[in-house]
Design a binder for this molecule. Structure first.
Ligand code: SF4
Ligand code: SF4
Length: 424
């Protein structure tokens, strides 16, 4: 498997090089050359911002199809809590869970069950005072990847617990093996995902060699089929086994509220997340024990693979929670080990390094500063790089040339014209 698997891809035929996505990308992972966008794979965190902004639908997210579940003898659906915010007038999540069984799954296991265990494990770790505070939630894989490539000092603050999706997948597989008598490889566990970052997380996990999830299906892909069967449901099975604490993870602030304390902070939307991380890096955030960060506005309900307006979905989740018990899943002693990360989170230093040879890298850096001083400093993006600094970096790496800068080119043409005029 390649080091950098990505769910987010460009459909080059649809791209007209308008540069809208260039400015939105939080990691400067996009360039536009020859009238087409290009994603610099090693910098992309699969946040989905470029999918959201592209007016020509040229960016898309790869995920599995319902057909793919047929590879397995026993199929398990693990829906993200955000799925429940997609339906109007839903007062019982069993309608959705039963609907999933009607579209081809043998078993359904809510990710919110895993979320309740992660919340309890987090509370325990905070109480034991063994982690670097403030602790940053590890639930949003786009945020974890962002920290890994842009905030090296904060890697040590990321909570070393697996996300609810992974915890739920492990538990669901174990239960499915007991119920079906089948070996693990005959059981396919599929996550209903609200965002591309979770698709990427399943293919290339941040904290383990292999994910416990076999495939991810976009909520937007199953929504039409699911609503069709839900409309016709006569018998609703009693499947749900989570409380308001687990369901609350669907929206921003839900995970932090489950800490049951008051020393927490929750931010959503990639720009707000970056602001919090910058302030944290500068030691400006004090007296906070836990930080929940979601790359999407509104939390997971704001993912680009959902169908409903995030704020409408958020209101529905709040309404649903009113009739639920607090929590139905409690941590057993042996579960904590399987929830801990298998790998440490390490800063991906190679991405922005100019050269492996430190002397050469320093000389490239000073060349870059010189080039930058000669650029107009407008950060207009018309050269195909998001900022003049990024353009200078591309030039020093041999990936762009001075004439790509339209303002420099104009100045050059003007000077040639003036010279010719004077000569004549
Ligand atoms: S927003 Fe980006 S991907 Fe979409 S058409 Fe414009 S340049 Fe191409
Ligand atoms: S998914 Fe996010 S990080 Fe990746 S190219 Fe698009 S905007 Fe940039």
């Amino acid at each position: 498997m390649s080091k950098y698997f990505h769910s987010v891809e460009l459909e080059a035929d649809l791209c007209c090089g308008c540069t809208n996505c260039l400015k939105r990308c939080p990691t400067e992972a996009i360039r536009v050359h020859g009238g087409k966008a290009k994603i610099l794979s090693e910098r992309c965190i699969d946040c989905g911002e470029c999918i959201r902004i592209c007016p020509h639908h040229a960016k898309k997210a790869h995920s599995s199809t319902l057909e793919e579940i047929k590879r397995f003898k026993y199929k398990v659906a693990i829906p993200a809590p955000a799925l429940f915010g997609q339906f109007n007038n839903l007062d019982n999540i069993d309608f959705v869970l039963t609907g999933l069984k009607h579209i081809g799954f043998d078993k359904v296991f809510e990710v919110s069950r895993g979320a309740e265990l992660v919340s309890e494990a987090t509370r325990r770790l905070i109480k034991e005072d063994k982690l670097n505070k403030p602790i940053i939630s590890s639930a949003c894989p786009a945020v974890v990847r962002l920290i890994k490539i842009r905030f090296p000092e904060l890697c040590k603050n990321v909570m070393p617990l697996k996300a609810p999706m992974e915890v739920a997948a492990k538990m669901a597989r174990r239960e499915a093996m007991e119920e079906s008598g089948l070996p693990a490889e005959d059981i396919g566990v599929f996550f209903m995902t609200p965002c591309p970052a979770k698709v990427t997380e399943v293919h290339s996990p941040n904290y383990a060699e292999k994910s416990a999830v076999d495939g991810t299906i976009a909520i937007s892909k199953i929504y039409p089929e699911l609503t069709r069967v839900m409309d016709r449901l006569t018998d609703v099975e009693q499947i749900a086994h989570s409380g308001l604490m687990g369901i609350g993870w669907a929206t921003s602030g839900g995970e932090a509220a489950a800490m049951l304390g008051d020393k927490y902070l929750a931010a959503d939307g990639i720009e707000n997340v970056i602001r919090v991380l910058e302030e944290l890096e500068d030691d400006h955030i004090r007296d906070v024990e836990f930080i929940e960060l979601n790359a999407c506005s509104g939390g997971c309900v704001g993912g680009v693979l959902t169908v409903e307006n995030p704020y409408v979905a958020q209101a529905r989740i709040h309404k649903l929670r009113k009739y639920m018990p607090v929590s139905l899943n409690h941590l057993k002693e042996h579960q904590l080990d399987m929830m801990m990360w298998e790998n440490e989170l390490e800063y991906d230093a190679d991405i922005f390094r100019l050269d492996e040879d430190i002397v050469k890298a320093m000389s490239m850096m000073s060349e870059m500063e010189e080039i930058l001083a000669g650029l107009p400093g407008l950060d207009c993006g018309s050269c195909g790089a998001p900022t003049c600094r990024a353009m200078a970096e591309d030039m020093v790496r041999g990936k762009a040339k001075e004439s790509d800068c339209i303002h420099r080119l104009k100045a050059k043409i003007q000077s040639v014209y003036d010279q010719l005029k004077n000569t004549i």
